[in-house]
Design a binder for this molecule. Structure first.
Ligand code: GLP
Length: 237
C-alpha cells in the first residue's frame, strides 16, 4: 500500500507502469475502470503518448462494467466515457475495446485475449468494486446485477436525477477481477476514507466486496492522504 501526498503522484506512477508494459510488449490487455478515480491516470497516459511517443495501438481494452437499459451510444454509458477519455486520447482503435454484454461471451473473450495483464480498479462508497455490490461472492463472474441505492445516488448527477439512473448493470465478477495478472487499486479523497478502512481492515467477505482485492497475489494500492486517513486507527481502550 502506498500513500502519496497528492493523487497526481499516484497517477503518474501507475501511468508509468502501464506505459512501460506497453513499451516492453506492445500488446497489453488492459482492464479499464471508469469514474472520477482513474481519470487522471488516462490523462497521464495521453501525455506520455505525446511526449514520449508511447504507442498504444496494440492495446486491448476490457471495460469492468456497463449500465444496462441505455440506448446504444448513450453519452452516459461507460463505453462512451471510455472512448472519450481512454481510446481516443491514447489512439487505441475502437474495435479493440470490449464492453460486457453477455457474461459467458465476455469471460471467453478475456480468456481468448490471454487474460487481463493489468486491471485498474476504484472502490465505490458502499465497498463495491466494478458493480459487484455488497453480497457479491468471491467466485462471481461477469453477470447482470441490480444496482445498490448508494450506487444509483452517486450516479444521479450524471443522469439528472436518481429516477433516471439505470437499475441494472453488467459487471465483471470478483473472480474475473482477481484473475488479472496485476491488480492496481486507487482511492482518493476524504469521501473514500471510511470504505478504504473497511476494505483493508474488515475480514474478507461479500459484505464489503473490496476486501477481496487483498487476495490478489500482485496487488498495489495507491491512496492519497485523505483516503488513507481512517486506516489503522486503533480505537482507544
Ligand atoms: C462506479 C463504477 C466503479 C467505480 C466506482 C467509484 O459506480 N462502477 O467501477 O470504481 O463506482 O467511482 P468514482 O471513482 O467516481 O468514485
Amino acid at each position: 500500500m502506498i500513500v502519496v501526498e497528492r493523487r497526481e503522484d499516484a497517477e503518474r506512477m501507475l501511468a508509468r507502469e502501464i506505459a512501460d508494459l506497453v513499451r516492453a510488449s506492445g500488446r497489453v490487455v488492459l482492464g479499464i475502470a471508469t469514474g472520477r478515480t482513474p481519470a487522471g491516470v488516462y490523462r497521464e497516459l495521453a501525455r506520455l503518448r505525446k511526449e514520449e511517443e508511447v504507442d498504444f495501438r496494440r492495446v486491448e481494452a476490457f471495460l469492468l462494467d456497463e449500465y444496462l437499459d441505455l440506448a446504444t451510444g448513450d453519452a452516459r454509458s461507460f463505453l462512451a466515457w471510455t472512448r472519450e477519455r481512454v481510446l481516443d486520447p491514447l489512439g487505441i482503435p475502437a474495435a479493440q475495446a470490449r464492453c460486457p454484454e453477455n457474461g459467458e461471451e465476455y469471460e471467453r473473450a478475456i480468456r481468448d485475449a490471454g487474460g487481463l495483464d493489468l486491471q485498474i480498479l476504484g472502490i465505490g462508497r458502499n465497498g463495491h468494486v466494478a458493480f459487484n455490490e455488497p453480497g457479491s461472492r468471491r467466485d462471481s463472474r461477469t453477470r447482470v446485477v441490480e444496482l445498490h441505492p448508494w450506487t444509483r445516488e452517486d450516479a444521479s448527477e450524471t443522469f439528472g436525477g436518481i429516477d433516471r439512473v439505470p437499475r441494472r448493470a453488467i459487471t465483471m465478477g470478483i473472480e474475473t477481477i482477481l484473475e488479472a495478472k496485476r491488480l492496481r487499486v486507487l482511492a482518493f479523497g476524504a469521501a473514500k476514507a471510511q470504505v478504504v478502512a473497511q476494505a483493508f481492515e474488515r475480514p474478507i467477505g461479500p459484505e464489503v466486496p473490496a476486501t477481496f482485492v487483498r487476495e490478489h497475489p500482485d496487488l498495489e494500492v495507491w491512496l492519497d492522504r485523505e483516503a488513507a486517513s481512517e486506516l489503522f486507527r486503533t480505537s482507544p481502550g
